[in-house]
Design a protein around this ligand. Structure first.
Ligand code: MLT
Ligand code: MN
Ligand code: ZN
Length: 309
């Protein structure tokens, strides 16, 4: 199974268009130790020819252009795409806006939680993906579903499960408990290769590693995990946004309740941070925070990075 990180950045990417924080200034200037990152998405394939996208970011057009496998082969028909399916972890803008890049009457399957399908269904702009060509398939919790698309079996299956998180920002209800969040607003996905039974986890948004999630991840061979912020208060301290990591529905890397501490007893073979926000000090390769996550056995995902399982 081949896994490619299409985009390792969080919403806004790195640099973010309107951001002048120290990291964004440095990457814009081409400073040593900083690499640009597009927004949050992975691509997976069992056979190297047919691909499942995990999230569809606003940068999808550029991500396809940067990955030759995702463009039509010269011998294909006049309309063709190796992208046969897309699975979503939530309804956030950075994970769904790229669906609009996949218009042009091309068949593929779209997998998401019922709550996210409802949000897409309530927005007429997504009718540009006609349901006869792009069936919308509900991911039911803790069921294994075989991935098919454009009449093909991709040799992969998805097991979706709820993780602690938050409703999409644009759906928040200030007057409801927890902003109106309910189960299924944020998913983790386990992607299983049918032939070998090998699997990995993709969890780009997660507010907390609670006991059920820890039990599920124990001994996993590969996890791509929420690396949004290093410190709970980094956005506030840098004057970027008056929100903590917890308020945004993201666990932090550091601290007693952070992801480094939570994963320490889990014996995960390979742990890769994705969905890294432009404020995160680990984006500087030479920072002490980068050294700290590396010594805890974590890698920082990068655009174009490939893992074979
Ligand atoms: C997030 O990951 O918290 C969201 O992408 C925020 C947003 O939609 O701007
Ligand atoms: Mn996001
Ligand atoms: Zn910035």
């Amino acid at each position: 199974m081949r896994i490619r990180i299409l985009g390792s950045g969080a919403g806004g990417g790195f640099p973010q268009w309107n951001c002048n924080c120290a990291n964004c200034r440095a990457v814009r200037a081409g400073a040593a130790g900083y690499s640009p990152r597009t927004q949050s998405s992975l691509a997976v394939s069992a056979n190297g020819a047919d691909w499942l996208l995990l999230n569809a970011s606003p940068d999808l057009r550029a991500q396809i252009a940067a990955a030759p496998e995702l463009s039509p082969c010269p011998d294909d028909g006049v309309r063709a795409s190796p992208i046969k399916a897309v699975a979503l972890t939530n309804g956030d803008v950075d994970h769904v806006a790229g669906l609009l890049n996949l218009r042009e009457a091309q068949p593929f399957s779209l997998y998401a939680a019922g709550r996210v399908l409802e949000a897409l269904g309530a927005n007429p702009i997504f009718t540009i993906l006609q349901t006869q060509l792009v069936p919308r398939i509900e991911l039911r919790m803790d069921r294994t579903i075989a991935v098919t698309g454009a009449g093909l079996d991709l040799g992969l299956s998805i097991r979706a499960f709820p993780v602690p998180g938050k409703i999409a920002l644009y759906l928040e209800n200030a007057n409801a408990p927890d902003f109106g969040t309910s189960a299924g607003d944020t998913l983790g996905l386990e992607i299983v290769e049918t032939r070998t039974g090998q699997s990995f986890f993709y969890i780009p948004g997660c507010a907390k590693v609670d006991a059920p999630l820890a039990a599920r991840l124990k001994g996993a061979s590969l996890v791509f995990f929420d690396g949004t912020l290093f410190h709970e208060n980094e956005m506030i301290e840098q004057g970027l946004l008056g929100k903590t990591g917890s308020r945004m529905g993201h666990i932090n890397m550091s601290g007693d309740d952070g992801s480094i501490a939570a994963f320490a007893p889990l014996d995960v073979t390979r742990k890769i941070y994705v969905h890294i926000n432009n404020s995160n000090p680990t984006l500087n390769e030479f920072s002490q925070e980068r050294a700290a996550i590396q010594s805890a056995g974590w890698e920082i995902g990068a655009d174009g990075m490939e893992v074979t399982l």
